[in-house]
Structure formats: C-alpha cells, structure tokens
Design a protein around this ligand. Structure first.
Ligand SMILES: [Zn+2]
Length: 263
C-alpha cells in the first residue's frame, strides 16, 4: 500500500515535469529559462532532432517522408520541373521555406498552387536561414545565431510569416545548414515546435547528379526522412527525385509528410 503511494507520487512528479516541458513559452520566458545555459554539442543529429518517421504504417506499407528546403538569398528560385511533377502526381511532401524565399517567390502562380495543394505541408526554414546556436557557432562558413534572443527570433518571426502565408501554424523547424547546438534544440522544443532532421541526404546540397540523387533515395528501407532542395533548378535533384519516386511507388512505399499527412 505504502509502495503504491510512492509510485503514485513519482508518477505525478513525472507528469508535472513532462507538462512543463511541453508548455509553450513566450520570448521573455525563453530568455529567462535558457539565458544561463552553456551548449555542450553542435551538429546535425543531436538528441531532440527528428531524423526518422515510423518505418511502416498500419497497413504494413513502408514509409518515406520527402522534405525539400527552399533556401533564400541568391538561391531563392523554384525548381518548376520538380514541383510540377509532385503536384501532377499528388506526391505527399514537406517543404521548408525561409523568409527571404517567401519574400522573393510567394507571388508566383506555381508557388500559390504549391501552398494550396492539400498533399503538401509547409514548414519553417528560418528567418535569416542560419544555423541555430546560442553562442554564434558556424556551419559551412555561415555564422549562426549568437544568443537565446536570436534563436527565438530566427524561429518565431518566420513561423508568423508562414502562418500568414498558409493560414496554419507550422509544426516543424529546420535551420539553415541544418545545424544546432543542444541548448537551441531545447529552446525550439520549448517553443512548441519539432526540429526536422533527416536520415538520407538526398541531393547533397543540390550538388549531386540525378543518378546519385536516385541512388541516395533508393537506399531507403522504410522510415526515412529525405533531405533535398526545391530551389535549385538545373541541378540533378528533379530528375533524381522523379526517378526515385516512380521506383518507390513500384516498391510499395507510402509517402507521408512530417505532420502526418499520408496517401
Ligand atoms: Zn536551406
């Protein structure tokens, strides 16, 4: 009896902390909570980064999540061949849009079609499209955010922009260069968002040939999150993805979005 009470108290304490962890904090609360923390790690695949999805669905079909980054700056273009193929074939996919890409492209007819497609999910690729760090760590020579405040703004300013664009709150965040420190990962989670990692580097930063993109994606066994780019027309990405998608369909894969849409 006494043991039961102890177990009950422990369960209540665990539940209390899990509720705290799941709460959504505002900017001041985030600064207060994380302002004195020192990061221990910096990289792409830290604890708290979602790198995989369930490997089979309830019908025992193998799953795959295609994700496409839409980076900004000079590369704020759109791969029409790729997007048109995905739309025509109603392939479920998740897109990560940066603020400057939205500013440059949201008026395009094809982008409007993409945003309203029910089989696409639109998510957050950052306000300035930089790595997330509380101390200014860099990845691929891109300087990351330098403080808790900058981490918050990098995520939240573009989250508001995406809400305006799509009418929906984004669920996932992926930073520019997909790099994070461990404190930043916990900040994003405390803000109520998941971080989208990846388990297959599909187009290797849009540098891979079509043949290599196809090969990378077809290594999937079920449960993979594939990272590619939809802002690099003329790269090998479109042809590689098209070939891989057709093959995956034949192999019985089901495409799902990170937020759980599926066909
Ligand atoms: Zn990017």
């Amino acid at each position: 009896m006494f043991l039961n009470k102890i177990i009950l108290v422990i369960l209540i304490i665990i539940q209390y902390f899990s509720i705290c962890e799941a709460s959504i904090y505002d900017r001041d609360e985030i600064i207060q909570r994380f302002g004195n923390e020192t990061p221990q790690k910096f990289g792409m695949h830290l604890d708290g980064v979602v790198d995989r999805i369930v490997s089979v669905d309830e019908f025992s079909r193998k799953t795959i999540a295609l994700t496409f980054d839409l980076c900004g700056g000079k590369a704020a273009k759109i791969d029409e061949k790729l997007i048109k193929f995905l739309i025509q074939n109603e392939i479920l996919a998740t897109f990560f849009l940066s603020s400057s890409w939205i500013d440059a492209r949201s008026g395009d007819v094809l982008v409007k079609e993409m945003i309203s497609a029910p089989f696409f999910e639109i998510e957050n690729h950052g306000t300035r499209h930089v790595p997330l760090s509380v101390i200014g760590r860099s990845a691929y020579r891109v300087r990351g955010t330098r403080s808790v405040e900058e981490v918050f703004d990098e995520v939240e300013i573009n989250a508001r922009k995406i809400k305006q664009l799509t009418g929906k709150e984004p669920l996932f965040f992926r930073s520019g260069a997909a790099h994070y420190d461990d404190v930043s990962v916990r900040i994003v989670n405390a803000m109520g968002y998941n971080i989208a990692g990846f388990s297959i580097n599909g187009d290797e930063g849009a540098t891979a040939s079509a043949r290599k993109v196809r090969k990378n994606i077809l290594a999937a066994k079920g449960g993979e999150i594939v990272l590619c780019h939809a802002n690099r027309p003329g790269s090998g990405t479109a042809d590689g993805v098209i070939a891989a998608v057709n093959e995956l369909k034949q192999r019985g894969f089901v495409f799902i979005t990170l937020g759980g849409l599926r066909n």
